[in-house]
Write a protein that binds this ligand. Sequence first.
Ligand code: FES
Ligand code: FES
Length: 163
Amino acid sequence: MARRTVTCTINGSKREYSVDVRSSLSDMLRGQGGLDSIKHGCDVGECGACTVLIDGQPFNSCIYLAIWAEGKTILTLEGLTDKKGAISDIQQAFIDEGAVQCGFCTPGFIMASVPIITREEPASRDEIRKQVAGNLCRCTGYDKIINAIEKTQHKRIEEKKQK
Ligand code: FES
Ligand code: FES
C-alpha cells in the first residue's frame, strides 16, 4: 500500500506523519496524533463529530484525506485549552448552559462555532444555527448549544470593547 509523508502544523506545533494515502485526516489525527477530541460518528461527512479547522475553516475530517493536509494549519479542540490545560470560554459556556450530555458531539460543535465566536460583529441566532447545521446532537436539543455559542460570542465582543 502506498504511503506518503505529511507535514503540517497541528495546534501550533509542526508535525510529520507517514500515512497510507487512503487514510482520512481524522484517522491521522486520532490514531497518530492522539487527539481524542475528534470523534468517529458516521465516517461519511454527515454528523460533524469529527470537525476540525483547516486553515481557519471547519471541515469534516473523516472525509478529508490526510495527504491533503500537507502544509496546512490544523486546529482541534485540544488547541483551544491554554498552556496549563485550562478549558476555553466556549467549553465553559457549553458546561454552564447545559449544552453537554454524553459529550460525543461537543468537540465538533465547538470547532464548527469558532468562525462565529471569533467574529467582530454579533451573529444572529439564525446565523449560528446555519454555522452548525452540519453538526448533529442526539441528547441536548439544539437551543442550549446555540445559547452557549451566542453567550461566548457576546462575551468576547464585550471583552474586546473594554480593551
Ligand atoms: S464522523 Fe465525520 S461527519 Fe460524522
Ligand atoms: S451531547 Fe450527546 S450527542 Fe450531543
